[in-house]
Ligand binder design. Structure first.
Ligand code: ADP
Ligand code: ADP
Ligand code: MG
Length: 463
């Protein structure tokens, strides 16, 4: 096992990895930007190094600075968290070249899964069902028109390098393609420095179902069940749960087997997630993408499987074989996660970071909070607005929903608006309670869900 690990990230995931290191008696070394001097991960760590100015490009994406710190501090390995350098194949290669273990898959596997368009071709060849769409990328509006014609409208234009729901545009008619193509390309270039596009048929009212996989370097690949992440706003996840209520044991087994096949197809090692769209017929499912990193919502899987995924990441990267076999994995109880973002749903979800004047997190039985917030801290405008994850766990889904409601009642944050009230309203919505949400749910019901928040904000009553 490693002796010292550099955590090349910030926010709640840096804290999460820090905790795993401490529990395994590994020395965590953290890095931070000038904007993050007071950040929680820096306060917790004994060894913390500033790697540059606030802008991510100058700090958390600064490969040279990060590798220099790792070498100077004598780290054996680097954990990239999610976002930032976590899915950067060149960074994974650079770590290996510097003699430092990258805690994740090989650069080669990241490349294979990382181009979402190329990954589709690879999966199709491996016998994993993919959404109907273009063969490879579409280089021009003409190519996009031809591909759209052959699969039928509506379609989605998607960025090959995409992530976090960005670089995606819907087109219902051929006339819309040209403008959407330009828009999606520009967004992809700005977000990912790569504007390659591909095209998929829009699956109407699907569920987003993903499978957690673990793979070691000895060819052992297992899955740890599924998560339903259908509650999304504009393709970004808001509430996730495990296991997915809509899967029969038979379908779970089929999809799990497909996820394992997908991981094998790219020569995967470490923890990863295979995302699928599930058709409303609950029969057909399509590979969407593979995320080659720890995922934001990994905690719900940890709660229902009892497996510490970050610990598994460290074990696998250090060369240990998986001790778990597929038959050892059982899903028990139900877990739900609410992402708490510093944003104002009533004002079009405008990000509104600021100072936390007062903070109280829920606790008690079956509750887990992963966060980088503390009373008095300043949430920086430079980074992601997600600042906390509240997780509830109970034997049944309904008990978990009730537990999550009371968690959000206890949760108090003064200083800036959050989406907590919106999540609370979702927990009372019949469609959510019945487990019938598709990815269209939130966008369709947003205005009714926000009614209470809007009235509250108009009345001037302090929430
Ligand atoms: P998850 O499925 O784990 O929730 P998200 O897609 O929401 O993943 O992304 C998690 C984090 O990683 C977010 O901060 C998001 O902005 C960032 N991210 C995801 N993909 C990329 C990418 N290709 N490039 C840069 N950042 C990304
Ligand atoms: P990202 O890399 O940004 O996470 P994904 O390919 O995972 O992009 O898609 C993000 C979300 O967009 C999905 O969770 C789903 O809700 C929606 N989506 C993507 N592709 C399709 C499709 N072909 N049909 C319907 N919805 C889709
Ligand atoms: Mg995705």
């Amino acid at each position: 096992m490693f002796k010292r690990i550099l955590i090349a990230n910030r926010g709640e995931i840096a804290v999460r990895v820090f905790r795993a290191c401490r529990e395994l008696e590994i020395e965590p070394v953290v890095v931070y930007s000038q904007a993050d001097r007071e950040a929680l991960h820096v306060q917790l760590a004994e060894q913390a190094y500033c790697i540059g100015p606030a802008r991510s490009a100058d700090s958390y994406l600064n490969v040279n600075a990060i590798l220099t710190v790792a070498q100077a501090a004598g780290c054996d390995a680097i954990h990239p968290g999610y976002g930032f350098l976590s899915e950067n194949a060149d960074f994974a290669d650079a770590c290996e070249a510097a003699g430092i273990t990258f805690i994740g898959p090989s650069g080669d596997a990241i490349r294979k899964a990382g181009s979402k368009s190329a990954a589709r071709d690879l999966m199709r060849a491996a016998g994993v069902p993919v959404t109907p769409g273009s063969d490879g990328p579409v280089a021009s509006v003409e190519e996009a028109l031809t591909a759209a014609e052959s699969v039928g409208y509506p379609v989605l234009l998607k960025a090959s390098a995409g992530g976090g729901g960005r670089g995606i545009r819907r087109c219902d008619r051929p006339e819309e393609l040209s403008a959407a193509f330009a828009e999606a390309k520009a967004e992809a270039q700005a977000c990912f420095g790569n504007d390659e596009m591909y095209l998929e048929k829009l699956v109407l009212r699907p569920r987003h179902i993903e499978f957690q996989v673990l793979a070691d370097r000895y060819g052992n690949v297992i899955h740890l069940g599924d998560r339903d992440c259908s509650v999304q706003r504009r393709n970004q996840k808001l509430i996730e749960e495990a296991p997915a209520r809509c899967l029969t044991p038979e379908l779970r087994e089929r999809m799990g087997a497909a996820a394992v096949k997908a991981a094998k197809a790219v020569g995967y090692e470490n923890a990863g997630t295979v995302e699928f769209l599930l058709d409303p017929d609950r029969e057909h499912f399509y590979f969407m993408e593979m995320n080659t990193r720890i995922q934001v919502e990994h905690g719900v899987t940890e709660l229902v499987t009892g497996v510490d995924l970050v610990r598994q990441q460290l074990r696998i990267a250090s060369g240990l074989a998986l001790r778990l076999r597929q038959e050892d994995v059982t899903l028990q109880g139900h877990a739900i996660e609410c992402r708490i973002n510093a944003e104002d749903p009533v004002q079009g979800f405008r990000p509104c970071p600021g100072r936390v004047d007062f903070l109280h997190f829920p606790g008690g039985p079956g509750v887990r909070v992963d966060s980088c917030l503390y009373s008095g801290c300043e949430l920086s405008p430079y980074y992601d607005s997600m600042a906390a994850k509240i997780l509830a766990y109970a034997p049944t889904r309904m008990e978990t929903i009730r537990r999550m409601r009371r968690c959000l009642e206890e949760f108090t944050l003064e200083g800036f608006p959050t989406n907590a009230e919106l999540s609370y309203q979702i927990l009372y919505h019949p469609e959510f309670i019945l487990g019938e949400c598709t990815t269209a749910f939130l966008d369709e019901h947003l205005s009714e869900l926000l009614e209470f928040s809007r009235k509250l904000s108009e009345s001037g009553v302090d929430a």
